[in-house]
Design a protein around this ligand. Structure first.
Ligand code: IPM
Ligand code: MG
Length: 370
């Protein structure tokens, strides 16, 4: 198989973890006889510095002409004082909108080998396995007006939560489809006791549910969901929710695994290529120190192999290699225990690569005897 992958490292640790993911992708290509052509583009602060805009036209073009996009992270204190429309985050929002990335899929998987870093008790998190499906191109992040105004002599401000019904439908349908391949339960999270947009969201979920008699639909208010996530995370299978609720709840859910550095995501498009990115940010405090955890990024690459290219065996091989390295006790700083010596970003990626190559070598020998 031959594929073209747009790599947008972005800012801060995005650059370091992207390198790790490319290392793994090239190893996969070698092992399984594929060709991955990685083409690089700027986004976020890196693009502002070079081109004066967080998403240059040529970066967008690069993505549109690729089979999938792998993105690191954007943002940093250097650009925090920029006016709203040229902040690094605007580049991320724009690429989501331009590529039509309506559903952001964030699997939250618990790894027993690092259960000791979760602030939650083992008996609470053990076995938790859920996916947060976050609406990504509408809601509070995109509604207009979004501006400061002056009304009745007072400084005022407005953000808008706007959805077309069809935007709600497609993301909820995505969640139901996903649930049919999992435990068959969808939790639709809203604030229907207060927001009109949530009441329409809830109605729409009910309508879609009729198309999926084998999937159980449950509604949950977002404040309760925030509590239930850490009180009884095993109850969840697929969670589907509005853009900003999903942003907040998915960070919270990462606590189950113990670190934001463990969570990958896929953003699925209505049309062109999908985009894969870790859910963590650019972590300016540790950027450039080779300390970031590349696992979220590497697992995002694995999601790409599975979802965009249909390379199931390859994706599994990467995920198994990650599991194995964690079981061997190697940990980056974010998941290291007090007194343990953490490995660097590069070392972690290299160890995952070594495990990948080892496993396949053993597999091939066994195959030869079978
Ligand atoms: C995320 C991030 C982004 C978001 C930021 C960087 C704009 O927090 O992907 O979750 O809020 O969507
Ligand atoms: Mg976020």
């Amino acid at each position: 198989m031959e594929k073209r992958i747009a790599i947008l490292p972005g800012d801060g640790v995005g650059k370091e973890v992207s390198k790790g993911a490319v290392t793994i992708l090239q190893a996969v290509a070698e092992l399984f006889g594929h060709k991955f052509h990685c083409v690089y583009g700027e986004i976020g602060g890196a693009a502002i510095d070079e081109y004066g805009t967080p998403l240059p036209e040529h970066t967008l073009e690069l993505c549109k002409t690729s089979d999938a996009v792998l993105l690191g992270a954007v943002g940093g204190p250097k650009w925090d004082r920029m006016p709203g429309h040229i902040r690094p985050e605007k580049g991320l929002l724009k690429i989501r909108k331009e590529l039509g990335l309506y559903a952001n899929v964030r699997p939250v998987q618990y790894y027993s080998s690092i259960s000791d870093v979760s602030p939650l008790r083992k008996e609470v998190v053990e076995g938790a396995d859920m996916v947060v499906v976050r609406e990504l191109t509408g809601g509070l992040y995109f509604g207009k007006p979004s501006e400061r105004t002056f009304q009745k002599g007072e400084a005022s401000v407005v953000d808008t939560l706007f959805y077309q019904k069809k935007e709600i439908e497609r993301v909820i349908r995505y969640a139901f489809e996903l649930a049919t391949t999992r435990k068959g339960k969808v939790t639709s999270v809203d604030k229907a006791n207060v927001l009109e947009s949530s009441r329409m969201w809830r109605e729409t979920a009910e309508e879609i549910a009729r198309e999926y008699p084998d999937v159980r639909l449950e509604h949950m208010l977002v404040d309760n969901a925030a509590m239930q996530l850490i009180k009884n995370p095993r109850q969840f299978d697929v969670i589907v929710t509005e853009n900003m609720f999903g942003d907040i709840l998915s960070d919270e859910a990462s606590v189950l695994t113990g670190s934001l550095g463990m969570l990958p995501s896929a953003s699925v498009s209505t049309k062109g290529p999908s985009l894969y990115e870790p859910i963590h940010g650019s972590a300016p405090d540790i950027a450039g120190t080779n300390a970031a955890n590349p696992i979220a990024m590497i697992l995002s690459a694995a999601m790409m192999l599975r979802m965009s290219f249909g390379l199931l065996e390859e994706a599994e091989a990467v995920e198994n290699a990650v599991k194995q390295v964690l079981e061997s006790g190697s940990r980056t700083r974010d998941i290291a225990l007090l007194g343990n010596f953490p490995v660097t970003t590069e070392q972690m990626a290299d160890e995952i690569k070594a495990a990948l190559l080892d496993n396949e070598a053993i597999f091939n020998i066994m195959g030869a005897y079978a």
